[in-house]
Design a binder for this molecule. Structure first.
Ligand code: NAD
Ligand code: UFG
Length: 351
């Protein structure tokens, strides 16, 4: 294993979070050194200790808010970054309607601070965490990158605004045009689930989970009584919502592929779906989790959740063709790994 000093440093904002911590593992596995900037507003530094336990390499960590440009400058002055992966942000759709200003401050203004400092230090390669939420309620499935974008909540809008900003930046013809080498990938994630196979890192939502899989896992372990299935009258195979669940390790590997492809492509800004191309219903997910865990997951059918759509799954061909990446883990493995994480860490990263 190469020492930290010989590894190329990659800035990973939000690297202590669910997806970021898994990306740190895969960056290390591919010979890079993750340098994490995270304010820990939705995570714990324990996740990075676990990354070190898994890989034998400790990510460099700075507890910094991405809106704090002076502190960011010090980080850029200390490390010679090859590229930046930008995960830092807030992600709860419902909450974003309650406190939209905070979402725009963190997600939009935070990205501007980061790109301004990147430009100062002439670091031009950026991978941005976007979301399938930018497709709104699509006219059909599977969804490809050419579908129209539309969104109905501040979280989704923050992702769309940042996508537009990054496209403008990549095509800018301002005073530093001669310098403009911006090379940006917008990665539109579908529904990340699962955990690292070690059971050492995984999703650790604060409070009662909003997302299906963490909720199901907490019902299976007895922390929550029963799942509410939000609607069984959608136009889907069994009436419940269909989504494209992707193993978080596959997603992490997609980031490494995107990073390596930035080194081969010219300047510009491109969007990629990161999904499996398969859709599963809520009830299929419950059944698969019961099988993997050997536990029962009691549920009741409830009213539809406002803002939910019937079906959302990807056409993942562009990422396969241009990044040479495709998801390899199936539903069974996603459930086994999610269950292992839940069992080993019933209270997440807290003692
Ligand atoms: P997460 O909350 O686990 O990770 C985000 C990390 O960013 C956290 O560690 C948090 O402390 C940090 N952070 C937030 N605001 C910050 C700020 N201003 N400065 C520094 N650090 C900050 O979420 P995640 O699931 O790992 O998501 C990562 C990214 O992927 C987010 O941008 C999210 O919007 C996007 N995304 C997530 C999903 C999903 O379902 N998990 C789907 C699509 C897109
Ligand atoms: N669901 C339930 N009960 C629950 C939670 C969810 O029945 O307690 C259902 C939902 O109605 C939906 C499916 O499970 O049909 C998945 O719901 P999630 O909340 O897990 O995920 P969403 O597809 O609604 O949203 C997620 C992220 C968004 C992101 C979107 C697309 O939370 O941030 O995927 O990437 F934008």
């Amino acid at each position: 294993m190469s020492s930290s000093a010989s590894r190329s440093p990659i800035l990973v904002t939000g690297g202590a979070g669910f997806i970021g911590s898994h990306v740190c593992v895969e960056l290390i596995n591919s010979g890079y050194l993750p340098v994490v900037v995270d304010n820990l507003c939705n995570s714990s530094a324990e996740s990075l200790k676990r990354v070190a336990q898994i890989t034998g390499v400790t990510p460099v960590f700075y507890q910094i808010d991405v809106n704090d440009k002076d502190s960011l400058r010090k980080v850029f002055a200390t490390h010679s970054f090859e590229a930046v992966m930008h995960f830092a942000g807030l992600k709860a759709v419902g909450e974003s309607s309650q406190i939209p200003m905070k979402y725009y401050r963190y997600n939009v203004a935070g990205t501007l601070s980061l790109t301004e400092v990147m430009e100062e230090f002439k670091v031009w390669k950026l991978i941005f965490s976007s979301s399938a939420t930018v497709y709104g309620d699509p006219a059909s499935v599977p969804i490809d990158e050419g579908f129209p974008t539309f969104t109905t909540n501040p979280y989704g809008r923050s992702k769309l605004i940042v996508e537009d900003i990054l496209r403008d930046i990549a095509h800018s013809t301002g005073s530093s045009k001669a310098d403009n080498q911006w090379n940006i990938s917008l990665l539109r994630y579908f529904n990340p689930v699962g955990a690292h196979e070690s059971g050492l890192i995984g999703e650790d939502p604060a409070g009662i989970p909003n997302n299906l899989l963490p909720y199901v896992a907490q019902v299976a372990i007895g922390k929550l009584q029963q799942l509410s299935v939000y609607g069984n009258d959608y136009d889907t195979l069994d009436g419940t919502g269909v989504r494209d669940y992707i193993h978080v390790v596959d997603l992490a590997l997609g980031h490494v592929a995107a990073l390596q492809s930035l080194n081969k492509t010219g300047v510009g800004c491109r969007a990629y779906n990161l999904g499996t191309g398969c859709g599963y219903s809520v009830l299929q997910m419950v059944n698969a989790f019961e099988k993997a865990s050997g536990r029962s997951v009691p549920y009741k059918i409830s009213a539809r959740r406002p803002g939910d759509i019937a079906s959302c799954y990807s056409n993942a061909q562009k990422a396969k063709a241009e990044l040479g990446w495709e998801a390899k883990y199936g539903l069974e493995r996603m459930m086994q790994d999610a269950w292992r994480w839940q069992q080993k860490n019933p209270n997440g990263f807290s003692e």
